[in-house]
Design a protein around this ligand. Structure first.
Ligand code: SAM
Length: 296
């Protein structure tokens, strides 16, 4: 892995300039240094997954949700898909983005660089789930700082497409915290224990909600048979949105007991935090995490 996160010699200077990562005179733009650092670090995690897909299928198909300006997609394509580089992987990179202007800009940039295997869908993550423009096999689903529940939609997308790998860096998570707040009286009544203190001050409930969201996501993925690792993306300077969730599933290594155990923990945690308080799974949060799991 490139520990300095500077542009690599084989990376296209012209592309980095078009993405405004490098200035016109080839210097690293101060504002985008952080983005480059994040994306380069992420590439280090994605590269072995690409190689696995290539070894199994002779190609790799990536879908990047909440693509924004598609820094990740372009740097990924430039490094691993483009002709002429040492580590060649054929396949596609699809960016999904709700903002039409960003989609048009990225499509134009891909055309100008001859990146034929890149495409961009002007759609929400949820809408893209049923798009006819997707490749028939999806190997890797990524979502880098996709807003709020877009990360959950990306997880649903990966589950529905049976994608073996997910690489997620969640963004702000407001929804679970809001739901926790509305479940406050219930939670206080049910939890006659010191953990009820987490509901006492809004800032603690908000931060707890953010952490809880990623714990629930990890359990959800484990319950579906994925091996999940959670680390920090880059240094602590970006602590608020710095959690990297990498999940991989090998069809040969299904572990029913571990999956059941994760599902039991997921259900218990939803119950304990008041997110499943009607016992009917009609709560949208409970539904989101439990859909497709056998005890749901
Ligand atoms: C914080 S930006 C991150 C962009 C890019 N992944 C990156 O890290 O540079 C989040 C992007 O997700 C898009 N977005 C938000 N919700 C979305 C959704 N439900 N479906 C698709 N895109 C979404 C926004 O328009 C925005 O461009």
């Amino acid at each position: 892995m490139n520990a300095t996160y500077e542009p690599r010699p084989e990376q296209s200077t012209a592309l980095l300039q078009e993405l405004h990562i490098l200035t016109r005179d080839g210097k690293l733009n101060q504002d985008t240094r952080r983005k480059l650092k994040q994306v380069q670090h992420l590439l280090g995690f994605i590269a072995p997954l690409l190689k696995q897909s290539y070894a199994s299928h002779g190609s790799a198909h990536v879908v990047d949700h909440g693509a924004g300006k598609s820094y990740l997609g372009f740097l990924l394509y430039d490094a691993y898909f483009k002709q002429g580089l040492a580590t060649q992987v054929s396949g596609s990179v699809t960016g999904v983005e709700t903002r039409a202007d960003l989609v048009a800009r990225s499509a134009d940039l891909a055309a100008r660089f001859g990146f034929d295997g890149m495409q961009f869908l002007n759609a929400s993550v949820a809408q893209s789930n049923t798009s006819a423009k997707l490749p028939s096999r999806i190997d890797i689903v990524t979502a880098l700082h996709a807003c709020d529940t877009a990360t959950d939609d990306a997880i649903r997308f990966a589950l529905d497409h049976n994608a073996p790998h997910l690489v997620l860096v969640p963004c702000c998570q407001a929804e679970v915290a809001a739901c926790l707040r509305s479940a406050k009286p219930h939670a206080e009544r049910r939890n006659k224990n010191p953990l009820a203190e987490l509901w006492r001050r809004p800032i603690h409930t908000r931060e707890f909600g953010s952490q809880l969201t990623n714990v629930l996501r990890s359990l959800q993925l484990e319950a579906h048979g994925y091996q999940v690792t959670v680390t920090e993306l880059v240094g602590w300077e970006h602590a608020m949105k710095n959690e990297l969730i990498v999940a991989s599933r090998s069809p040969q290594k299904q572990n029913g007991a571990a999956q059941k155990s994760s599902l039991a923990k997921l259900t218990a945690l939803l119950e304990m935090t008041g997110l499943n308080h009607h016992h009917t799974n009609q709560n949208p949060i409970a539904l989101r995490f439990l859909t497709g799991l056998s005890a749901a």
